[in-house]
Design a protein around this ligand. Structure first.
Ligand SMILES: [Zn+2]
Length: 93
C-alpha cells in the first residue's frame, strides 16, 4: 500500500523532516502554530486540522477507488467507519 504512511505526519505531531516526535511548539506565524524539532532543529508549521482532514479524505477516496473494503480503510487511515460510509454515500449521490 503506497503513501499511506504519510498519514501519521498529519494526524500526529511528528517532525516532517526526520520523523522524530521530539518537537515543541515555537510560537505562531501568520495564524499557524510553529514547531521546532529538538532532534534535527527543523522548524515548520503545524498542518491545520482542516487541511489534515482534507488530505485524509483524499486518501479515503483514493482507497475506495482501488476497491479497498471499508474495514481495511479504517485500519489504514484510522478514520472512523461511519465517516467512510458517509463519504461513500456522498460519492453515490
Ligand atoms: Zn526533526
Amino acid at each position: 500500500m503506497k503513501s499511506v504512511g504519510l498519514f501519521m505526519v498529519y494526524t500526529q505531531h511528528f517532525c516532517a523532516k526526520c520523523g522524530s516526535d521530539q518537537i515543541r511548539r515555537n510560537g505562531h506565524s501568520q495564524g499557524h502554530a510553529r514547531y521546532q524539532c529538538k532532534a534535527c532543529r527543523h522548524q515548520a508549521r503545524f498542518v491545520p486540522a482542516a487541511v489534515a482532514k482534507a488530505v485524509q479524505y483524499e486518501q479515503v477516496d483514493l482507497l475506495l477507488g482501488e476497491r479497498n473494503s471499508q474495514r481495511s480503510i479504517v485500519r489504514l487511515t484510522g478514520i472512523a467507519r461511519m465517516t467512510i460510509a458517509s463519504r461513500i454515500k456522498k460519492k453515490q449521490a
